[in-house]
Design a protein around this ligand. Sequence first.
Ligand code: DQA
Length: 147
Amino acid sequence: MHLLVLNGPNLNRLGTRETDIYGLRSLEDLALGLRNAFPEVEIEFAQHNSEGALIDALHNADALMTQGVVFNPGAYGHTSIALRDAIAAMETPVVEVHISNVYAREGFRQTMLLSPVCAGVITGFGMGGYHLAVQYLKDHTGSKPRG
Ligand code: DQA
């Protein structure tokens, strides 16, 4: 099984960025942790700060028949109609993950433009959210439930 773990803007700075909110673990720590926890899954990691590069990564994942995408869109989750349109057009299921509990934060973070077109959303469980998302995709490969 092949999955993509895709991270959006500013998440390359995990481990040093607002550590009271996002913790001390880096993206490299996340990759190591996921590879250790799911040795049977081929997990590709990517991080982009720009919206266009994230859209290209989603298009590629769909074209290459990646079986699932775990996506932390960062702040674009609250703003990007273009990313929402990209996900809505995909066959590959996308699980949206946020490290922090966006519903416990500022009001502008509670606009979730991508969530309605994702298979599900995990928010507030720290890095553990990525593990839950990979587990879900392992258990439910197939078409993306919408609603
Ligand atoms: C985030 C939450 C977003 O609101 C924020 O802009 C981020 C990180 C999270 O993982 O908690 O960059 O996606």
